[in-house]
Design a protein around this ligand. Structure first.
Ligand SMILES: Nc1nc2c(ncn2[C@@H]2O[C@H](COP(=O)(O)OP(=O)(O)OP(=O)(O)O)[C@@H](O)[C@H]2O)c(=O)[nH]1
Length: 461
């Protein structure tokens, strides 16, 4: 999203402060101007931008950087804290039985978000059900049903019933064994009286514990009015911002959240049911500022690893840290990597890599890397069990055979073997480490956040 630009433009400005221990008024002005420009471009409301830049300016000039802190880090910390204050706390979502009502305009992503949330609750060990009351859009029933099948969660809808309130009532009865009920509602192009009357009636019937408003990140300034009307009709406890993976500006949604005193519950970052993140203000702003988001990263790694392991019970990632690292382990790691989502999203979560590295890479660098991973996967499919277990024993004639069998050139086969060797060596270093060493390394990565460092140490990809 365009707010990403904030990270790279801000980093550029902050670099000019490198080596300084004191800040002049001009230095602070320059940083604040850059922030204003990025936020306005991202559609954040003007008064909010002014409020934010005033507080950053006042604090940067008044507060003394703590001993040993550079002027650059001091400003970055202030910007970070003030931005976290704007987006506010995340909406509280208790992990217990409850009913959630989703509201929003047509196309905002409600149906998709309902299935995503159900998937999220199911991963937390609860039993969710989605109730589809959208009788307005003809395709809504099939879409919701399909997505719930993909998410492997219970679904209720009735394509032959035209009254949404009846569907809601019957849906709650039919899914009474579920503990989290997510009620999806119809959208309209605009906020017609009919839509408001309908959602009020559904709200009265289901008495939700939580009413969430779903916003498309591209909403722009219209968000404020929308949020106000839904707030009046049913009371909004939080919002879900969707399509943050796209080119949307996102700032309108931030403005609306700020204006309505509501908080952000979830973020939608793609079209599949797994593309949902719980909103975490610190991680979100860290990522915007190119400082990474280790929490989100480790959650994704854990999820991908356990899914990969569930598919092949003979494989245990823990073994890698103890014994030898075979090509089969590398193959499994690549499978897990694919499950983690698009590479550029993952890069943004790594402190010090994020925006900084992305700015330096050519536009197609991610595609090249992903294509190379795909070639590696095809090559590995053409290798024998023995070769996968002992890649160091693969000689020239085997390389030729694998190349012919996979349709990939010999050079790429050799590259794969080289890559494996490098990973094996890197792992050998880790194998000697205790938990304390690992923690120190993670800490170091966190401290380097925002420094725009290079690829150093981050595996081969
Ligand atoms: N890229 C991306 N697309 C999304 C995301 N969330 C939803 N979409 C897409 O946005 C479109 C609209 O989403 P729906 O879930 O149908 O929207 P809706 O609000 O239920 O629409 P109505 O039922 O007409 O009110 C679909 O094509 C979704 O695939 C997201 O986080 N990222």
């Amino acid at each position: 999203m365009v707010l990403d630009n904030l990270g790279s433009s801000l980093r550029g400005t902050l670099e000019t402060l490198q080596g300084k221990t004191r800040l002049s008024e001009e230095d602070v002005e320059a940083v604040v101007r850059e922030i204003q420009r990025s936020l306005l471009q991202a559609d954040v409301d003007v008064s909010l931008v002014m409020e934010l830049s005033d507080s950053i300016k006042t604090r940067a000039l008044k507060e003394e950087p703590p001993g040993g802190t550079s002027a650059r880090d001091h400003v970055l910390k202030i910007v970070y804290e003030e931005m976290v204050a704007i987006v506010g706390e995340s909406t509280e979502i208790p992990l217990e039985p409850q009913t959630i009502l989703l509201a929003g305009l047509q196309g905002s992503g409600k149906t998709t978000s309902a299935a995503k949330m159900a998937w999220w609750f199911s991963k937390k060990g609860l039993r969710p059900a989605v109730i589809q009351t959208d009788t307005f859009r003809p395709g809504a029933y099939d879409q919701a049903k399909q997505m719930c099948e993909r998410a492997e969660v219970e679904f209720y809808g009735d394509p032959d019933e035209s009254d949404p309130v009846t569907i809601a009532r019957e849906g709650l009865e039919a899914t009474e064994d579920a503990d989290v009920h997510i009620v999806d509602t119809a959208g309209r192009h605009g906020l017609e009286d009919e839509l408001i009357a309908e959602i009020e009636e559904i709200e009265g019937l289901v008495s939700p514990d939580l009413s969430l408003l779903v916003f498309d990140a591209a909403i722009g300034q219209g968000a404020k009015e929308q949020a106000r009307q839904f707030e009046e009709a049913i009371g909004i406890d939080g919002v879900m911002i969707t399509k943050l993976d796209g080119t949307a500006k996102g700032g309108g949604a931030l403005t609306a959240v700020n204006e309505t005193d509501s908080s952000i519950a979830f973020l939608g970052t793609g079209e599949t049911v797994q593309d949902i993140e719980r909103f975490e203000p610190n991680g979100f702003i860290s990522r915007l500022l190119g400082m990474g988001d280790l929490k989100q990263l480790s959650e994704r790694v854990e999820r991908a690893m356990s899914e990969t392991q569930a598919e092949d019970e003979d494989w245990d990632p823990e073994d890698i840290m103890k014994g030898s690292f075979t090509l089969k382990d590398m193959q499994k790691q690549m499978e897990a990597m694919n499950k983690m989502g698009p590479l550029d999203q993952i890069m943004d979560m790594i402190p010090g890599l994020g925006g900084g590295l992305m700015d330096q890479l050519p536009d197609d660098a991610m595609d090249v890397t992903q294509n190379r991973m795909r070639s590696f996967e095809i090559i590995m499919d053409s290798m024998t069990e023995g070769e996968m277990e002992n890649p160091r024993g693969v000689g020239a004639s085997q390389v030729r055979r694998i190349s012919r069998g996979s349709g990939q050139d010999e050079e790429t086969v050799r590259e794969l073997l080289e890559q494996h060797k490098m990973m094996e060596q890197t792992l050998k270093q880790f194998q000697g480490m205790g938990d304390g060493d690992m923690q120190r390394m993670m800490k170091k990565m966190e401290q380097q956040g925002g420094g725009g460092g290079g690829m150093g140490g981050f595996g081969p990809f």
